[in-house]
Design a protein around this ligand. Structure first.
Ligand SMILES: NC(=O)c1ccc[n+]([C@@H]2O[C@H](COP(=O)([O-])OP(=O)(O)OC[C@H]3O[C@@H](n4cnc5c(N)ncnc54)[C@H](O)[C@@H]3O)[C@@H](O)[C@H]2O)c1
Length: 184
């Protein structure tokens, strides 16, 4: 298959790309780390070239908020899009910044996946549950920060497209492993 991975130079996305490239053609989309900092002093983007030293597919450096980036994915004609690109920092309180990056772009990705008949698998987050007691349940969410709120709003949009798009949202809990080093 042809597979596009947004956020593919990040922690989870790069692991996914390195595994999937064994059997599939991969396009990674990532803005990559720069000197841009968020209000809390942390890096805006964690995409790092060292995560991709063993990557053999195509890397396109672009912003998911940019029309040119969407066009790049469209031209690649993926069978599946793994949408991982996001501001993944839960301590960011600049609501405008996090929601324009994580939320506004999401509808574009759903529309794009419908348009090109690709499956869309996107990263939601267990943070949507906040401090709910275990066992946490879908439908009982209580986001405590703008990041978690952005993910919950993505899930709500996804539900609206349930009949029209082939999409799956994964509420990852705390992921651990190789490649996280570059998130500092
Ligand atoms: N790591 C976890 O424990 C965890 C838990 C729950 C959900 N998630 C979600 O899974 C996904 C991947 O998480 P991660 O831990 O790999 O985070 P990460 O920060 O390492 O990866 C996100 C990637 O997106 C890129 N990116 C950010 N803004 C972008 C933009 N505007 N345009 C293009 N690329 C951009 C970054 O450069 C980075 O490479 C994220 O959506 C995150 O919210 C992660």
């Amino acid at each position: 298959m042809k597979i596009a991975i947004t956020g593919g130079a990040g922690f989870i996305g790069s692991g996914l790309a390195l595994e999937l490239q064994k059997d599939h053609e991969i396009l990674i989309i990532d803005k990559m780390s720069s000197n841009e900092l968020l209000d809390n002093g942390n890096l805006e983007c964690f995409g790092h070239f060292k995560n991709l030293l063993d990557f053999d597919g195509e890397l396109y450096v672009g912003d998911i908020r940019d029309e040119k980036t969407l066009q790049k994915i469209k031209n690649f004609k993926p069978d599946v899009i793994f949408h991982k690109a996001a501001i993944s920092d839960t301590t960011v309180y600049n609501q405008n910044k996090i929601l324009t990056t994580n939320l506004n772009t999401f509808k574009d990705f759903i529309e794009l996946s419908i348009d090109i008949n690709a499956k869309l698998i996107y990263a939601s987050s267990a943070s949507v549950y906040g401090n709910q007691p275990s066992p946490q349940k879908v439908g009982v969410e209580d986001p405590k920060n703008p990041y978690a709120f952005s993910k919950l709003m993505m899930d709500k949009i996804a539900r609206k497209y349930y009949d029209k798009a082939h999409l799956v949202g994964l509420r990852y809990f705390n992921v651990y492993g190789k490649g996280e080093f570059y998130k500092n």
